[in-house]
Ligand binder design. Structure first.
Ligand code: 0RA
Length: 640
């Protein structure tokens, strides 16, 4: 490294800062997990996490996130504002320290700063380093302070640019990710952000999170007065509850335990665990604590009340989970996670605390509400009896499907390539789309499996019913892997499995069902990157001899602009389904490896679909219909 010969501008600390930011830019993977679309969303989460921390501290109740058309993002809160007083060691405003020093967060403003996040917790400085530009406005003590950074470096000292309205305070941050670092066709996905902010709003009671998408003028606001009690009601809105939501919130040793529990008449379990507002999809000690407490209190109650007789066995954990909907959300000053990608909370003390808190609250609830308690125990009894029978039936189906997979289904249009690493299977919905796909494909390496209509439109679909479904059986046979415990990648006949459905509500419903199926029965297929979603275009745009395809609304406008004619002189066709495309168009736009875009499905995508599926299934028909209709104009909402 060359020595700095400039005596005025840099001292040792500044050099450290620049080296820190340079390290982030050189190895973004270490700080935000990569340079792909997921990492891009992490930038937003990181910035929002800081505002959520203000909300958790009880000094902020409004957060706005705005996605601008130029792909910059604004995050605004009405918290106390990032401190701007001069930092004693560094001699610059604290704001600048936060923005330029790695992991600066915990080091000032009291040890308790930074509760949310924690998974990535890399701080604003990492986002700053990875942004082409980053502007901060702080409203504090009557003044508006401003600073702009480019690629992590301040362009000028913090400057006062105005007065705040009476008593107002807060922070507004706008940043544009650096396109030299995050490359490729990247853009924010509204639905991905919606999912995250909805959850954050649920587990941070009283905060209002507004998400605005200026790209297509569309916004959503999340505010849940009841916190996770609202969350449980929301999850159960299509189910019959056996009792009101049981809620408890308590702090032990600086750890806040927030739990909400409600049993329903459904079969499935819907339990979600959060640590510092992050959805810990792999669970952890908080989830274990919750489950153990429920099993234990229900067993205790059932014994004491004589509902379980002396020679009856205790309920197992599984018995007490059928029909259970619950949220466990903990806030921990020092969360330990299993690893970067697997989201699992490891702090051992959290299990003890959670168990204690839920034991007390749920035990008391059962004692004081005998009618509800009896209904819950009854449910567990039924579940225990059904479990043996169900397990036997299910094993039979799994074994049978393994046998049946020896014969290929009749409607599979197979390819000639036998090497799985070179072949692809398109799962296509509907007869006409299946026809186009069969004609349009390259039969050397592309196989087509058409599925008929709503493959699994079963209310409260039980696992064995799903597996017995003919369409699903065909799918299992075509893949050659078996399912469940008998799944093996060795038998996989196609290296790429592509779900190709219409861009409408039915299409996204079927996609959700398929993703759920793969998530539950063929997880290794997803984990090993074999599952994809095809991206058919939304529009065909023709002007004289030129034909172009647009995959998003924004792209449609861009193309029309590029063609240099007014919108009404082009011939615009909106594809309502794959079946409307002729075979050549389907090949050109969606199937040809040289032109197409495939979305690789991650395990998080599939888990999210599984949750959506959970919401789609319910015992009452009309609310389910309502869910689908409310989202009908926003198809991408199901496109998790
Ligand atoms: C450190 C200390 C204090 C507030 C913050 C940071 C803070 C950070 C961010 C980031 C986005 N919005 C924010 N709002 C506040 C507390 C300062 C005090 O005691 O007044």
């Amino acid at each position: 490294m060359t020595k700095s010969v400039n005596p005025v501008s840099y001292d040792a600390k500044d050099i450290q800062v620049l080296e820190g930011l340079e390290a982030v830019r050189r190895r973004p993977g270490m700080y935000v997990g990569g340079t792909d679309i997921k990492a891009l969303h992490h930038l937003v989460y990181e910035v929002v996490d800081n505002s959520i921390d203000e909300a958790l501290a009880g000094v902020c109740d409004q957060i706005s996130v705005i996605i601008h058309p130029d792909r910059s993002v604004t995050v605004e809160d009405n918290g106390r504002g990032i401190p701007v007083d001069i930092h004693p060691q560094r001699g610059v405003p604290a704001l600048e320290v936060v923005m330029t020093t790695l992991h600066a967060g915990g080091k000032f403003g009291g040890g308790s700063y930074k509760v949310s996040g924690g998974l990535h917790g890399v701080g604003l400085s990492a986002v700053n380093a990875l942004s082409e530009w980053f502007e901060v406005e702080v409203m504090r003590e009557g003044k508006i302070h401003f600073q702009r950074y480019e690629r992590g470096r301040p362009m000028a000292p913090v400057k006062v640019i105005g007065k705040t309205p009476d008593g107002a305070s807060g922070t507004r941050q706008t940043f544009k990710y650096d396109e030299t670092i995050f490359s490729g066709e990247l853009d924010y996905r509204f639905d991905t952000l919606v999912q995250r902010f909805r959850e954050m709003a649920f587990v941070t009671r009283g905060v209002r999170i507004r998400l605005v998408d200026e790209r297509d003028d569309h916004e959503m606001t999340f505010y849940f007065e009841g916190g996770i009690t609202s969350f449980v009601r929301y999850l159960n809105r299509n189910r019959e509850a056996l009792h009101p939501v049981v809620h408890v919130e308590r702090e032990i040793d600086g750890v806040t335990i927030d739990a909400a529990v409600q049993y329903t008449d459904a079969y499935a379990e819907s339990v979600y665990a959060f640590a510092n507002t992050i959805n810990t999809i792999d669970g952890g000690t908080h989830l274990t604590g919750l489950r153990m407490a429920l099993t234990r209190t229900i067993n205790d109650y059932a014994r004491r009340s004589g509902l379980l007789k002396d020679n009856d066995a205790n309920f197992t954990g599984e018995d007490t989970r059928e029909g259970l909907t619950a949220i466990i959300s903990v806030k921990h000053p020092d969360p330990q996670f299993e690893s970067q990608t697997k989201v699992k909370l490891m702090n051992p003390e959290v299990q003890t605390y959670t168990q204690q808190v839920v034991n007390d609250a749920f035990g008391t609830f059962l004692e004081e509400n005998p009618t509800a308690a009896k209904a819950i125990v009854q449910k567990c009894l039924t579940s225990a009896r059904a479990r043996d029978a169900a397990r036997k039936a299910r094993d039979l189906v799994i074994r049978k499907s393994a046998l049946e997979s020896l014969t290929l289904p009749g409607k599979l249009a197979d390819c000639s390539e036998r090497d799985p690493s070179k072949s692809e299977l398109f799962i296509v919905e509907g007869e006409s789309a299946g026809g186009s796909a069969k004609q349009g494909r390259d039969r050397h390496f592309q196989a087509i499996l058409p599925l008929r209509g709503k493959i699994l439109n079963t209310e409260r679909a039980r696992l064995d019913k799903i597996l017995a479904n003919n369409e699903v059986k065909a799918l299992i046979s075509a893949l050659g892997t078996g399912i469940g415990e008998l799944f093996s990648l060795e038998g996989l006949r196609y290296g790429r499995v592509v779900i190709m459905t219409d861009a409408d509500v039915d299409g996204s419903h079927i996609r959700t069902l398929l993703l759920t199926f793969f998530f539950r029965y063929m997880q290794p297929l997803i984990e090993n990157g074999h599952l994809y979603i095809a991206q058919p275009p939304l529009y065909r745009i023709q002007y004289r001899q030129q034909v172009r395809f647009a995959y998003t609304e924004a792209e449609r406008e861009l193309i029309i602009k590029e063609l240099g004619v007014s919108g009404d002189r082009v011939n615009l066709q909106r594809y309502k389904g794959l079946g409307e495309m002729n075979p050549e168009q389907l090949w050109d736009t969606t199937m040809d490896p040289a032109n197409r875009t495939l979305l690789q499905v991650s395990i998080e995508d599939a888990a999210a679909a599984d949750r959506t599926f959970d919401m789609l299934m319910g015992s009452q028909v009309s609310p389910r219909r309502r869910f689908i209709q409310t989202h009908a104009k926003d198809v991408r909402n199901l496109d998790v």
